[in-house]
Design a protein around this ligand. Structure first.
Ligand SMILES: [Zn+2]
Length: 377
C-alpha cells in the first residue's frame, strides 16, 4: 500500500476521500498521515472538522482515530507541520547516521526510536565515543552536501533495516540517499539532507552486546546544544577556568570534598565519648537510658547512640535536629522510638537493638526524658 508522503514529502495538505471504519475511526485515500510504526511517531493534524488523535496500522490498513465522527466523502486533510518537520528531520538524520555507521564503521542498525524528546539508534556492536564523534562529523558532511532523499520501489536487493518493522508485501519502498544509505523503510522523510540542518550525537551507552547512540537533529539539536553551552558557561564562570580544564578541576574538587568529609567524620568521632558522657541519664523500669541532643552529622548519629548505650550500660538515644537513633542491647530500641514518636510524631523503624527515624518536631532531652517517664507510669 503506497503512502502519499513516500513520493510527496512536501505535501502537508490535500483533499482526501474518507471512508468510515468504525465509530470515530476512518481510512483515507491518498494516505497522507504517517502512522505509528517503524520507530517513528504518528503524524498529528486534522481531517475536515475532526482532529486526528491516533494513526495506527490495523490489519495492514492505516486507520485514523478522530475526536468526532466524520461523514464519508471528500474532506481536506492537514498535517501538523511542526510535528511532521520534527519527526521527519530526526528520521532523515537517522538514515544518514545508520548509513555512515554501516559503511565506515561496520555498525549495523538493529533498532530505531524517534522520541519526542530524544532519538536513539541501536547498533549490533559496541563502539566508543571517538567513533561516535567521527560518525557525527561524517554525517554532517552528508547534510552539507544537500543530497536528495529518494524513494525507489521494489528494489529486491535491499532488505529492511529492522526486521521487526511492519511493511506490506505488495510493495517494498526503498529510501536512497545518494551513495550514503539505501534501506527499506515506510517512514516520512525530508526532501534533501540539507533540510536536516544539524545532527548532534549526544551520548553512547552499551546495550547487551551492542550499543545505543542518542542523537538529535535540526532545531531541536540546536536548542540542546545551546542549553549545554549555557551550562558550560556558568560552570566556567564559577570555576574560573576554560572548558577543557573543567573535568580535571571538578575531579580535584570532588576528591578534596571526600577527603574533608572523612576528616570531619574523624574529628567528630573524637568528640563522641565526651557527648556520651554528658548525656542526660534517666531510669525507666530499672533500665538506664542516656539521651543526647546535639547538632552532629547524620552518619555519626547511630555511632553516638551506640557509644551512649555502652557508656550507661542500657539504652542510648541520640538526636540531631529531627533525626533520631536508638541503640539498646536489651532489645527495646523500636519500643523506645515508638514512645518518643507518640509525643513528637514522625516515622522510622528498625530492629529491637537498633532503630532510626525522623521526629515530627524537635524535642529537648528533658522532653524526651518526660515522654519516656510518662509512658512508663
Ligand atoms: Zn526512513
Amino acid at each position: 500500500m503506497k503512502r502519499f508522503y513516500w513520493t510527496h514529502p512536501d505535501v502537508l495538505e490535500t483533499e482526501v476521500e474518507v471512508k468510515a471504519a468504525m465509530n470515530c475511526s476512518v481510512t483515507i485515500v491518498p494516505i497522507l498521515f504517517h502512522p505509528d510504526e517503524g520507530g517513528q511517531p504518528a503524524d498529528k493534524g486534522t481531517i475536515g472538522e475532526a482532529t486526528v488523535c491516533n494513526v495506527d496500522v490495523v490489519d495492514g490498513r492505516i486507520v485514523h482515530t478522530l475526536d468526532r465522527p466524520l461523514a464519508d466523502g471528500k474532506h481536506i486533510a492537514r498535517i501538523d507541520k511542526q510535528h511532521r518537520l520534527y519527526t521527519a528531520t530526526q528520521h532523515t538524520a537517522q538514515h544518514i547516521v545508520s548509513g555512515i555507521a554501516q559503511s565506515q564503521f561496520g555498525l549495523s542498525t538493529t533498532g530505531v526510536h524517534i522520541g519526542l524528546e530524544k532519538c536513539t539508534v541501536d547498533f549490533d556492536k559496541r563502539t566508543d565515543w571517538d567513533t561516535a564523534a567521527e560518525l557525527e562529523r561524517l554525517s554532517m558532511e552528508v547534510v552539507t552536501l544537500d543530497v536528495p532523499v529518494e524513494t525507489v520501489f521494489n528494489d529486491t536487493d535491499v532488505r529492511m533495516r529492522n526486521d521487526s518493522d511492519p511493511i506490506e508485501a505488495d510493495v517494498i519502498r526503498v529510501v536512497k540517499i545518494g551513495g550514503y544509505d539505501k534501506s527499506a523503510c515506510c517512514g516520512a522523510h525530508l526532501g534533501t539532507t540539507g533540510q536536516v540542518g544539524v545532527i548532534r550525537i549526544l551520548g553512547i551507552e552499551s546495550k547487551k552486546k551492542g550499543s545505543r547512540v542518542t542523537f538529535l537533529a535540526g532545531m531541536r539539536a540546536l536548542a540542546y546544544s545551546q542549553l549545554e553551552t549555557s551550562v558550560l558557561r556558568e560552570l566556567r564562570k564559577a570555576a574560573g577556568c576554560s572548558t577543557s580544564e573543567l573535568p580535571m578541576l571538578l575531579r580535584k574538587a570532588l576528591d578534596r570534598a571526600s577527603e574533608l568529609s572523612k576528616e570531619i567524620e574523624r574529628l567528630w568521632s573524637l568528640l563522641l565519648p565526651g557527648l556520651a558522657e554528658s548525656a542526660q541519664i534517666v531510669e525507666v523500669e530499672s533500665v538506664k537510658i542516656g539521651i543526647q541532643v546535639a547538632e552532629i552529622p547524620n552518619p555519626l548519629l547511630a555511632k553516638l547512640a551506640a557509644t551512649i548505650a555502652e557508656a550507661v550500660g542500657g539504652v542510648g538515644i541520640a538526636v540531631s535536629d529531627l533525626n533520631i537513633a536508638v541503640r539498646s542491647a536489651g532489645g527495646t530500641a523500636t519500643d523506645i522510638l515508638a514512645r518518643i514518636q507518640n509525643v513528637a510524631g514522625g516515622k522510622g523503624g528498625g530492629s529491637s537493638q537498633a532503630a532510626n527515624g525522623k521526629l515530627g518536631k524537635a524535642l529537648t532531652s528533658d522532653e524526651i526524658a518526660a515522654a519516656l517517664k510518662n509512658v512508663a507510669r
